[in-house]
Design a protein around this ligand. Structure first.
Ligand SMILES: N[C@@H](CCC(=O)N[C@@H](CS)C(=O)NCC(=O)O)C(=O)O
Length: 201
């Protein structure tokens, strides 16, 4: 019988957490391998692309790249469309979330508060507004595909949940007020019984 091991840093957020949640949603019994940041330099070169998360499955080489891991979990176990076109539409949202992550990450790469504020204001004006507008168009409501939760919803929740909880200084959660479907999908995932169970475990 195959075993599953998901390796990521020891915190409950971002790319590793969404893979953990995808496995948990599907009731996959997996080893939740959380590594200390201090161990990362020694492990980095052993990973396929020098980054985490990495999923290990018995009999296969390690699998990296969050979206590939999510697509595998979704196809193998569930919470991903079985129709190839609809699956690709959901995978486009996976990529959109990664584009969001890349754009927001660079806004924090400074100790200069004035510069950080300027970068974050520019991020909201020049990136987030159009990004959220585009994602809004993809959501039937309450979830991307209507009434059923999928991994694409989980991925939107991971980034928008962090934004709405005020994670980023100089970005007010009300920036999403013009995007009710993005807010609703985030709230609907947070309230899903399995997501609550994972958070409260
Ligand atoms: N494209 C990769 C990016 C992975 C990535 O940047 N992971 C971060 C943690 S969220 C990481 O491993 N950072 C440490 C490093 O790059 O050395 C993916 O989607 O998995």
């Amino acid at each position: 019988m195959a075993t599953y091991k998901l390796t990521y840093f020891d915190f409950s957020g971002s790319r590793g957490e969404e893979c953990r949640l995808a496995l948990f949603l599907n009731d996959v019994d997996f080893e939740d391998n959380r590594i200390a940041v201090a161990r990362w330099p020694e492990l980095k070169a052993t990973t396929p692309f020098g980054a985490l998360p990495v999923l290990e499955v018995t009999g296969k080489p390690p699998l990296a790249q969050t979206n590939a891991i999510l697509s595998f979990i979704g196809r193998q176990f569930g919470y991903h469309p079985t129709d190839p076109w609809e699956a690709a539409r959901h995978e486009a949202l996976f990529v959109a979330v990664e584009e969001y992550r890349s754009a927001v990450a660079v806004t924090g790469n400074t100790d200069d508060e004035a510069r950080k504020k300027q970068r974050r204001e520019a991020f909201v004006r020049d990136f987030l507004q159009s990004w959220a507008g585009n994602v809004e168009q993809q959501i039937a409501g309450p979830f991307v595909a209507g009434d059923a939760l999928h991994l694409a919803d989980l991925k939107i929740y991971m980034v928008m949940g962090a934004l709405l909880s005020g994670t980023y200084e100089h970005i007010e959660p009300d920036v999403l007020d013009g995007f009710p479907k993005v807010k609703t999908v985030t709230q609907a995932v947070a309230e899903h019984p399995k997501v609550r169970q994972w958070r409260n475990r």
